[in-house]
Design a protein around this ligand. Structure first.
Ligand SMILES: Cc1cc2nc3c(=O)[nH]c(=O)nc-3n(C[C@H](O)[C@H](O)[C@H](O)COP(=O)(O)O)c2cc1C
Length: 174
């Protein structure tokens, strides 16, 4: 597990290569196996492989979403906040499980933040509103993020355990 976490990086450049259906199936399992508060499982996941749709999704925010255009897959993490005060946490845990499962299968991925992001501040158009429109997502769902996935086309060095900032860790009290 530590090796997986050490070598996990955000991958934003992808090869023009499809992801095998078995791997996509495993990503679905990773999403559905993620833990939620009170086992509410209020999330829903939209798996998008259509190139035109991915291009549209890559344009819903001004920065930090362009990699979706070249990704083989985008996974939209949506969640119902009805009677759930920790919907952001539930969705974030699921997104993290997907991100790690992708890496475990030799796929690169990156979190694209959608919640609290704007397409146009002056016109008050949120990225979330655009994602919902592109994918016909009902109003009751909140979009937290999109995970872009594909075979990596960049080399990123893994983290060095010796360089971890242990001052962030406190024992017994702050
Ligand atoms: C909550 C969250 C939101 C993020 N949003 C974006 C984003 O919108 N676009 C992007 O390119 N990367 C995004 N990232 C990836 C971070 O930039 C990345 O994890 C960080 O720079 C550390 O790099 P690493 O993942 O390679 O360790 C996000 C990560 C998290 C956890």
């Amino acid at each position: 597990m530590i090796q997986l976490l050490k070598s996990r990086r955000s991958i934003r450049k992808y090869k023009d290569k499809k992801i095998e259906p078995e791997k996509i199936e495993k990503l679905k399992q990773a999403a559905l196996l993620s833990p939620t508060s009170k086992s509410k499982r209020g999330w829903e996941f939209i798996f998008v492989q259509n190139k035109e749709t991915l291009k549209k999704l890559s344009e819903v925010k001004l920065h930090g979403g362009k990699m979706l255009e070249k990704a083989a897959l985008g996974i939209i993490v949506a969640v119902d906040d009805t009677d759930n005060d920790v919907w952001i946490e539930d969705a974030s845990v699921a997104a993290t499980c997907i991100h790690l499962a992708a890496h475990d299968m030799g796929l690169g991925s990156c979190w694209v933040q959608i919640r609290n992001r704007m397409y146009d501040y002056d016109e008050n158009i949120s990225s979330e509103k655009l994602v919902k429109k592109i994918l016909d997502i009902p109003d009751k769902l909140n979009i937290v993020c999109i995970i872009s996935v594909g075979y990596s086309n960049e080399n990123k060095t893994e983290y060095d355990i010796k360089k971890l900032n242990y001052s962030k860790i406190h024992e017994e009290r702050y």
